[in-house]
Design a protein around this ligand. Structure first.
Ligand code: ADP
Length: 497
């Protein structure tokens, strides 16, 4: 069966829709930003109706641009910002309060209390995650405890909970389907990634009524059909995955040991660990990549908080650059950093250091240091931070990594990609289609409805645009990594005093 595939890519700051043909070529796309709300220090909210409006608007716009008839769309795949919590009225589909976004820290004290009470180990054993405000459970509990009447209404089964995928499925199917996929469920702290079910003990721990939860179905399969009034035809919603997992799938990282890194605002490295949920000793998350049929693929995930954001800071905070893209030419105007190292711990450090008190540090400055050296050191830091994640993964998974696939806005920077290859001694594979997040969801949907026979057919759709090969002698590489780690030492614990 041939046909076109529509991906709905619901991100943190914008909603996108991309329509692909069965060869993975982009036929049309549209995107729309939506408002962010910061009602208190550390709080981040979205309006779920605005998420929906922006998303459906993009879908209609992309469809119109494509010139296709709605019936030519064989299936829709959804990929989404993860962990964000929406609670809505089962009868009307209306959200009962603002969506609490993954970035929101309002439940930090609740998480600290649960950790003090000794819950962390059991939670990690079942979910693969630490207890952190980042994940959904404490946000959902917050809504039940703080929105007037919410707990009583939930007890009367009048309210439903979902992450963004689940809310979109509900709206797309005209309120007929309340479901999610394991890659999203696995980010809630309520889902047992070994039994692949909502976990009764965790529901009790976080005080969440089971009746609110969506049904967890495989990432690849028909969840339901769109209400024909929305896009002009009933279209199967047939693939769902959280954004990072979707990018891993879109990059065709189907084998154990396959790794992708996304260079966006933050950096996200994910490794396919096959049918094994690997427990990390280095602060990586263990989570679900996707489920196809009965087959669950697990992943290890590591993140750096500040990746492309370091370039943004040079541009907006320091005024050293006028555009992010300019960083490449400025950095290339000098042969090296003149021994300058920048540790962009602007919001602390994540994997593998996990130090909220680390702060941004520039070391090795001399009279000869110029703007170009600092810009170059920033690009190098983006590569070095990725290497720390790669090393953590190698140790945890005990597999060798053959190559690194890359995507995200900053992967367009050739110099950065060459640095990444040099410092990691790995080939870096940059795909021709940089819409890997959308492509992943579309591919899952296409697999579900028979646009693709199997994973091999999907693999034919991903072309490598450019491979960067390591060119730095090993002794130089080791010396550079040693100095990077010396610089990190100086950034750690800075704000603790
Ligand atoms: P997100 O999806 O997280 O918003 P994107 O994938 O769009 O991020 O990437 C944008 C980030 O990448 C920004 O932080 C920007 O500073 C950085 N960036 C974009 N282009 C370049 C470039 N050519 N060189 C270095 N950094 C870049």
């Amino acid at each position: 069966m041939k046909g076109y595939l529509m991906a709905l890519d619901q991100g943190t700051t914008s909603s996108r829709c991309v329509i692909f043909d069965h060869n993975g070529n982009t036929v049309a796309s549209a995107s729309k930003e939506f408002p962010q709300y910061f009602p208190h220090e550390g709080w981040v909210e979205h309006n779920a109706d605005e998420i929906w409006e922006s998303q459906i608007c993009c879908a209609r716009l992309a469809l119109k641009k494509s010139g296709l008839a709605p019936a030519e769309i064989a299936a829709i795949g959804i990929t989404n910002q993860r962990e964000t919590v929406i609670v809505w009225d089962k009868a009307t589909g209306k959200p009962i309060c603002p969506a609490i976004v993954w970035q929101c820290r309002r439940t930090a004290a609740d998480c600290e209390r649960l950790t003090r009470e000794g819950a962390a180990e059991a939670v990690r054993a079942r979910t693969g995650l630490p207890i952190d405000p980042y994940f959904s459970a404490t946000k959902l509990k917050w809504i039940l405890d703080h929105v007037e009447g919410a707990r009583a209404r939930a007890a009367r089964r009048e309210l439903l909970f979902g992450t963004v995928d689940s809310f979109l499925i509900y709206r797309l199917t005209g309120g007929k389907v309340h479901a999610t996929d394991p890659s999203n469920a696995a980010r809630t702290l309520l889902f047992n990634i070994h039994t692949m079910q909502w976990d009764k003990d965790l529901l009790q721990l976080f005080d969440i009524p089971a009746a609110m939860l969506p049904e967890v179905r495989p990432s690849c399969g028909v969840f339901g059909h769109t209400d024909p009034a929305l896009l002009g035809a009933p279209i199967p919603v047939a693939g769902v995955a959280g954004d990072q997992q979707s990018a891993l799938f879109g990059q065709c990282c189907f084998e154990r040991g396959a790794v992708k890194n996304t260079y966006g605002t933050g950096g996200f490295l994910l490794m396919n660990t096959g049918d094994t949920a690997v427990t990390s000793k280095n602060g990586l998350l263990t989570t679900v990549g996707w489920q196809i049929g009965d087959k669950v693929t697990y992943v290890l995930e590591g993140s750096v908080f500040v990746c492309g954001a370091a370039i943004q800071w040079l541009r907006d905070g320091l005024g050293l650059l006028s555009t992010a893209a300019e960083s490449e030419a400025v950095a290339a105007s000098v042969p090296d950093t003149g021994n300058v190292y920048f540790v962009p711990a602007l919001t602390g450090l994540g994997t593998p250091y996990w130090d909220p008190y680390a702060r941004g540090t520039i070391v090795g400055l001399s009279r000869g240091t110029t703007r170009a050296h600092i810009v170059r050191a920033t690009l190098e830091a983006m590569a070095f931070q990725t290497i720390d994640l790669l090393d953590a993964m190698r140790q945890d998974a005990g597999v060798s990594i053959p190559a690194l696939r890359v995507d995200g806005g900053a992967s367009a920077n050739d110099l950065l990609m060459q640095m990444q290859s040099d410092f990691s001694a790995l080939p870096i594979l940059r795909p021709a289609c940089i819409e890997t997040t959308a492509l992943g969801a579309a591919s899952l949907a296409g697999l579900a409805v028979g646009v693709f026979r199997d994973l091999d057919e999907i693999r034919q759709n991903i072309a490598v645009e450019r491979t960067f090969s390591p060119a730095l002698p090993e002794s130089d590489r080791q010396a550079r990594l040693r100095d990077w780690h010396r610089a990190v030492e100086r950034a750690l614990k800075w704000a603790e005093a």
